[in-house]
Design a protein. Structure first.
Length: 282
């Protein structure tokens, strides 16, 4: 009997020792880098940092991606769009590859300016490209007028030098929250009109509108009132440009991929280089 009791005590102590070892191992695991994320709530869907949004960021997630465009039956002119994600851009390499125009992110909301703007905006110009600036809209943070003024004041202006394209309103899925920024369809249309009217008053030019057809349908109700004044830059990563938003019988520019050489975001201007120049000249 004593021997049996001794065995039982030893067994209990062994089990406790094993349990303690496992708890210690688990505690050590939880202190390792990344362990809190793995053990805690899923943070994979956390929104990106403010200011990091870029043209076309939501296209693949919402619209998917197909093949590259087929050879066009009309002449088109290759372009790129860049933001701080590209850092210092190899403009001469792009020029040598056939890229003749570029748009550079200047601003976002009323709180962000692209720190690489000078290298990108001036660098594209210096190699011979026709270039312009774009603004990533956040309609839930400030009015359209306030953001248009911020854009113009921080690189989004226009000059009749034959090499400067009119500014672009990049209006698309919200990477920081609800895709329509919490606005009703009517409210979104009013916000866009506030921006475009202010931009025209400041620069004498109608802003280009960059958007995706599906977003435009969801967030403006497929409003057709901008097609007569504002050139369309449509986003679709597929073999054809596809359906356009209401009001635009044709597109001016088409962002067709985010995986191009040297710079990912590649675009086609719907016309020869002289049509790019015509848009720059106003």
């Amino acid at each position: 009997m004593p021997l049996h009791r001794h065995r039982s005590g030893t067994s209990r102590r062994s089990r406790l020792a094993v349990g303690g070892t496992l708890l210690a191992a688990l505690a050590l695991l939880l202190t390792l880098p990344g362990a809190a994320t793995a053990a805690g709530p899923d943070t994979a869907d956390a929104p990106p940092a403010r200011g990091t949004a870029r043209m076309g960021q939501g296209v693949i997630e919402h619209d998917g991606r197909g093949g590259l465009p087929r050879d066009p039956r009309v002449v088109q002119t290759e372009g790129v769009d860049v933001s701080s994600h590209q850092g210092d851009v190899a403009w001469q390499t792009l020029w040598n590859s056939g890229v003749k125009w570029a748009y550079v992110k200047a601003s976002e909301g009323t709180y962000y300016k692209n720190p690489y703007f000078a290298q990108q905006y001036n660098g594209s110009y210096n190699v011979g490209m026709i270039r312009g600036a774009y603004h990533f809209a956040t309609p839930n943070t400030a009015s359209g007028a306030a953001q248009a003024n911020y854009f113009v004041d921080n690189g989004g202006g226009w000059s009749r030098d034959g090499r400067t394209l009119p500014g672009v309103l990049d209006i698309e899925w919200n990477p920081y929250g609800a895709q329509c920024y919490g606005l009703s369809q009517a409210g979104m249309v009013n916000w866009i009109r506030d921006f475009t009217n202010t931009y025209r008053a400041r620069t004498g030019r109608d802003a280009v509108i960059y958007t995706a057809t599906s977003w435009w349908k969801d967030c403006t109700g497929n409003n057709g009132s901008f097609g007569a004044t504002n050139p369309l830059w449509v986003a679709r990563y597929n073999t054809t440009v596809g359906e356009l938003p209401a009001g635009w019988p044709v597109h001016t520019m088409w962002q067709y991929t985010s995986t191009g050489p040297t710079v990912g975001d590649h675009n086609r201007f719907n016309g020869a280089l002289d049509r790019v120049q015509a848009l720059a000249n106003g």
